[in-house]
Structure formats: structure tokens, C-alpha cells
Design a protein around this ligand. Structure first.
Ligand SMILES: CC(C)(COP(=O)(O)OP(=O)(O)OC[C@H]1O[C@@H](n2cnc3c(N)ncnc32)[C@H](O)[C@@H]1OP(=O)(O)O)[C@@H](O)C(=O)NCCC(=O)NCCS
Length: 204
């Protein structure tokens, strides 16, 4: 399993397990990202976060991995069927000290407040916070959100973003729409560079 990072990805002093994919310009500060995590483009991820936190069986005789992890297979049972993925969209902001359990989807444009424990999917452009994380509000009106999800500005080559008035959502959308409709801007293809597997065994 290799990691796949697009251009200008920064992972700082994070522990990035093998099998993690991170999109263009996204950064993660000093956090832990477990195998099976996909992060879109232009995401900001804070410090001391655990992304894709594993689950242990709570209704077995023991919760210890010795009994459910195929690596040990001590119980001689079929491997415990557990989700091992986390899908994070593009333009997602995750604050400091956040734990996101595995098997979840964090939609495009979502925000997760500092110190949250995320146990359920976060819809696109929703702001969730708390332990367990709950909806505080949406960033924009349903009309604007559906337009953003249709335009998907992060899919395009960065030239489409030049001189966009970021702090004015109405004007930003209008200009993006015109530029996309002009056909002059290309989709930015995935340009992942595979990085070698990191030489540590997955802690349990
Ligand atoms: C979630 C966040 C983005 C604010 O969103 P917001 O929609 O503007 O929220 P508001 O500040 O208006 O607060 C709304 C309510 O949510 C609560 N709230 C805000 N952030 C919260 C959090 N992280 N956890 C729990 N509750 C939170 C507020 O206390 C307020 O509660 P009230 O209605 O009972 O008074 C911000 O609080 C946050 O956590 N930012 C991340 C900061 C960070 O980690 N930065 C470093 C990494 S880049």
C-alpha cells in the first residue's frame, strides 16, 4: 500500500499510515491519519486530530485486537468485518483535537469544530461541532450550496481562481460560472505521486 499525494500537499509532523490519498493543496498539521482515508483538495486539517479512528468489537468476549485482528488470528475466526475508510471531500476545514471515526463521509465544504468527536456523516457545507458532533448550521443557503456542488471549482486548474473575490460568495459564484461556461478552463487531472510505504507497523 502506498500513499498518493497531489501537488503542494503538506502533512507536517503527522503520522500518515500507508494507503492514504490527499488532494491538491490540502494540509494536515501534526495529526494521525489511518489507512483507507481519502482527503480532497484545498482541505485544512488542524493539530492533534485522529482521522479514521478504528473500532473494536464491543460485544465480543474481549475488545482486544488479539482476538479480532487477522494479523494475530488468535481466535481462529473469520476477520471481524469493520469499516476501514474515511472519505473527506474538498474545501473541508477540520479544527484542532478532532476525532473522526471510521466508515464516515465528510462532505465537500464541511467544517468540523475544534474538539469534536464525529460519529456520523457530515453533509456538504454543514458546520458540525461537539462531542458527539451535531449540526450548528450550514455555511450557505441551500441554493448556493447546490450551485457550489454543481460547479465543483476545486476540480479545475488553478487558473480559474485568479482574482476571484473570495469574500463575496455571490460574485465568486457568478465569475466561476462564467469561466466554466466559457470552456476555457480545464479540469485539473489527478496528478498523484506515489510515496513509499512508511516503515512502521500499524499501532493498534
Ligand atoms: C465551529 C466553529 C468554526 C464556529 O462555527 P460557527 O457556526 O461560527 O459557530 P458560533 O461561534 O456561532 O457558535 C454557535 C454555537 O456553537 C458552539 N460552538 C462553537 N464551536 C464549538 C465547538 N468547537 N464545539 C462545541 N460547540 C461549539 C458555540 O458555543 C455556540 O453555542 P451557543 O449557540 O449555545 O451559544 C469554531 O468554533 C471552531 O471550532 N473553529 C475551529 C478552530 C480551530 O481549531 N482552529 C485551529 C485549526 S485551523
Amino acid at each position: 500500500m502506498v500513499n498518493e499525494f497531489e501537488k503542494y500537499v503538506r502533512t507536517g509532523r503527522s503520522s500518515v499510515f500507508p494507503g492514504v490519498k490527499i488532494g491538491y493543496r490540502s494540509y494536515v498539521n501534526d495529526s494521525m491519519i489511518r489507512s483507507g482515508t481519502t482527503i480532497g483538495r484545498y482541505c485544512s486539517i488542524g493539530r492533534r486530530c485522529t482521522l479514521n479512528a478504528g473500532r473494536h468489537p464491543t460485544d465480543w468476549l474481549s475488545t482486544h485486537p488479539y482476538f479480532f485482528d487477522p494479523e494475530y488470528n488468535a481466535a481462529n475466526l473469520p476477520p471481524w468485518d469493520r469499516p476501514q475508510r474515511l472519505d473527506i471531500g474538498s474545501d473541508v476545514w477540520i479544527g484542532d483535537n478532532v476525532v473522526i471515526l471510521n466508515g464516515l463521509t465528510i462532505g465537500d465544504g464541511a467544517v468540523v469544530g475544534a474538539g469534536s468527536i464525529v460519529t456520523k456523516d457530515v453533509p456538504s457545507y454543514a458546520i458540525h461541532a461537539g462531542a458527539p458532533a451535531r449540526l450548528l448550521r450550514y455555511r450557505f443557503s441551500p441554493k448556493i450550496i447546490s450551485e457550489l456542488l454543481e460547479l465543483r471549482w476545486w476540480d479545475y486548474e488553478e487558473a480559474i481562481l485568479v482574482d476571484i473575490p473570495w469574500n463575496d460568495i455571490g460574485k465568486s459564484l457568478q465569475i466561476l460560472r462564467e469561466r466554466i461556461n466559457s470552456g476555457r478552463y480545464k479540469i485539473m487531472p489527478e496528478h498523484v505521486a506515489a510515496r513509499p510505504e512508511q516503515p512502521f507497523r500499524m499501532p493498534l
